[in-house]
Design a protein. Structure first.
Length: 274
């Protein structure tokens, strides 16, 4: 059997219970990586749609194990660095190393006012900072390089959103992830650790495909004097999580060994129309 591109590697994925996070974990496992999976698996009050539950994370575990990969899964809160550090340590004790980070955990409290602002900044920006910080000491100490991918959004490269504080906070946090990516790309380059961000347009996940987010989108399009064009250039309304996971798989592979510091749209041409 020929070697797979990530044989012998270990990947740390946040928000892994469902949606994009599960897709990232499954694709990297299929490519040979073992997985450290973390998800909150609780509801944040400002988030109107149902968030992942423990049984979702258990399903990710089963699906990863079905690929033949090993997985260590923990409930953890990206807002709590100690919680993340404990999850990573549990993974290291069983899997032995850490080579890849996919900072995917995120929320979209688009109609939640001031509470939404605070929570989305805490999860989508501070949570990403915490995720990288708990991972890099081990990656540096190993001395083998590595790859970190931050899952941002098309809203991280364009001023998309409504006047609600939660929506503004979402776009601000996703823009802030680009700053984190660029700083870490420079800080970690001497250690051969590459850092990039991915910017999807709409992806068919429970964060998007729910009545609350759909109602916000409809309001955005109907109540504005100048409604934004939220369509993609390519004739596809929404992408699948696997489309983003494919980009992650390339960025963390040796095929992208000299790619660092880039903000990579995977958006069916959404941003090119702006």
């Amino acid at each position: 059997m020929s070697p797979r591109p990530l044989d012998g590697k270990v990947a740390f994925v946040t928000g892994a219970a469902r949606g994009q996070g599960r897709a990232h974990a499954l694709r990297l496992a299929s490519d040979g990586a073992d997985i450290i999976a973390v998800d909150l698996c609780e509801q944040i009050p400002s988030v109107p749609y149902p968030m992942a539950r423990p049984d979702d994370l258990a399903q990710t575990v089963k699906l990863v194990e079905d690929t033949g990969a090993r997985i260590v899964a923990r409930q953890g809160d990206v807002r709590d660095r100690d919680s993340l550090a404990a999850a990573v340590q549990a993974g290291l004790e069983e899997l032995g190393r850490l080579d890849i980070v996919v900072a995917n955990a995120g929320i979209a409290p688009m109609q939640s006012g001031a509470d939404g602002w605070r929570d989305v900044i805490d999860v989508n920006l501070t949570g990403v900072h915490n995720t990288v910080e708990v991972a890099i000491p081990t990656m540096i100490e190993q001395g083998d390089g590595g790859s970190i991918v931050l899952i941002s959004s098309a809203a991280g490269l364009a001023g998309i959103g409504s006047a609600d504080a939660g929506s503004i906070g979402y776009t601000a946090a996703k823009h802030g992830m680009v700053g984190l990516m660029r700083v870490y790309a420079n800080l970690l380059a001497p250690h051969s650790i590459r850092v990039n961000s991915i910017h999807p347009a709409g992806v068919d996940t429970p964060m998007i495909n729910n009545e609350f987010t759909q109602a916000w989108m409809a309001q955005l399009l109907t109540e504005s004097d100048s409604p934004p064009d939220m369509g993609n250039a390519l004739p596809v309304q929404v992408m699948q999580p696997e489309d983003i996971a494919n980009a992650v798989a390339w960025l963390v592979s040796d095929q992208a060994r000299y790619v660092t510091g880039i903000a990579m749209p995977v958006d069916a041409g959404f941003l090119n129309k702006r």
